[in-house]
Design a protein around this ligand. Structure first.
Ligand SMILES: CC(C)(COP(=O)(O)OP(=O)(O)OC[C@H]1O[C@@H](n2cnc3c(N)ncnc32)[C@H](O)[C@@H]1OP(=O)(O)O)[C@@H](O)C(=O)NCCC(=O)NCCS
Ligand SMILES: CC(=O)OP(=O)(O)O
Length: 326
């Protein structure tokens, strides 16, 4: 069975509630209507009631199975409770005035809904940049037990091929320890989505072919990841061709157990990760599903602003599946 059929079967009828802060957007509405109609998710759209209704009418969407929350009409006592809960959660870092201001923003409001258990997960980022989507989750939901950082992975799919690319979304210049954590998180993500992980720690160097601090960081990260997760197949440093192609692996890294058949690609920094996934998507014809945020205590998905309705639909299915596992 294809990945999304499997995930859809898993979440169907489970009543997982997802909040979509960008409820005024037609791509979000189209996906929400489909998710509700097929009983995969109970969607909540945030936004201005009139704008949401106008967008739905213009696109002939029937929003009858979808809950809409207009922040300006949210009951004052419930809003005040949310402000207090946010101040308490921030533990001295955020005062009531700031919390009140934050909660006027749909991403903060939606994130608090997840934190308070009013929703099981959040899907945003079709309109907002990653920083605005993710920051509330970092500040409020925070990392899961056992994780010190979050990171962002993509499932890259083309026909029967499926790979994980990470970190393509969050950590701008990770140090070796962070890179090791990203590798382990990505291996777990691969398992969740049906892959037996073979993790390649990518570089411009293969097994010492280049000498540079950037390559040394990847060598150190590989050692740390192998130490922390000795049962996982993780190797580096590898160039992409050595990680991917059996022929090149035989020439460049004949001793490596991962080279030549890697399916989880860990990029050394965000420049390479974000550029790399977009090249595979736009030139290579891969569908890029994500970024899936790894290491958060509750599921939050940050879409690309280039996402279409189908991307929103699929990312929501993944987020609901993560919520089911949580
Ligand atoms: C993710 C990102 C927004 C966080 O940046 P930031 O808000 O400036 O981060 P700050 O250092 O101010 O930290 C804010 C909070 O998030 C936490 N945080 C930041 N990065 C984190 C990470 N990777 N994992 C876990 N927590 C993190 C901090 O600990 C802090 O928590 P606190 O307020 O409770 O103390 C930033 O790293 C970023 O912009 N990354 C690139 C995103 C991007 O543009 N990607 C490309 C498109 S997908
Ligand atoms: C993941 C990503 O690159 O997001 P955006 O395209 O919105 O910057």
């Amino acid at each position: 069975m294809e990945l999304f059929e499997q995930l859809s079967t898993r979440i169907k009828g489970q009543g997982k509630v997802l909040v979509f802060p960008e409820g005024e957007d037609a791509r979000i509405q189209g996906a929400a209507v489909r998710l509700a109609a097929s009983d995969l998710v109970k969607p909540i759209l945030l936004g201005d009631q009139a704008t949401i209704a106008a967008t739905a009418a213009a696109n002939h969407f029937d929003l009858s199975g979808v809950q809409v929350i207009d922040l300006t009409e949210y009951p004052q006592d419930a809003f005040d409770r949310m402000v207090n809960a946010l101040v308490e959660r921030r533990n001295g870092k955020t005062d009531a005035a700031t919390a009140e201001k934050w909660l006027g923003d749909v991403n903060y409001f939606g994130t608090m809904m997840v934190y308070l258990g009013l929703a099981d997960g959040l899907v945003s980022g079709a309109v907002h940049p990653t920083s605005d989507t993710v920051r509330p989750a970092l500040q409020i939901i925070k990392t899961a037990q056992g994780s010190s950082r979050i990171s962002g992975a993509f499932i890259m799919q083309r026909a029967e091929e499926r790979y994980i690319f990470a970190d393509a979304a969050i950590n701008i210049d990770p140090d070796a320890a962070t890179l090791a954590e990203i590798a382990i998180q990505s291996a777990h993500t691969a398992k969740t989505f049906g892959l037996e992980p073979q993790v390649a720690m990518l570089s411009f160097s293969t097994k010492g072919s280049a000498k540079a601090p950037q390559a040394n960081k990847v060598i150190e990260a590989t050692a740390l990841a192998q130490q922390a997760a000795p049962t996982l197949a993780i190797d580096g440093e590898l160039q992409f061709d050595a990680a991917f192609s059996k022929t090149v692996a035989a020439a460049k890294a004949p001793e490596s157990s991962v080279a030549g058949h890697a399916n989880v690609f860990v990029f050394p920094d965000l420049q390479s990760g974000n550029i790399g996934y977009k090249i595979a998507q736009r030139l290579g014809g891969f569908e890029a599903i994500g970024p899936i945020l790894q290491g958060l205590a509750a599921p939050v998905a940050d879409l690309s602003r280039g996402a279409n309705e189908e991307d929103v639909y699929k990312v929501a299915i993944i987020t609901a599946a993560q919520a089911l596992e949580a």
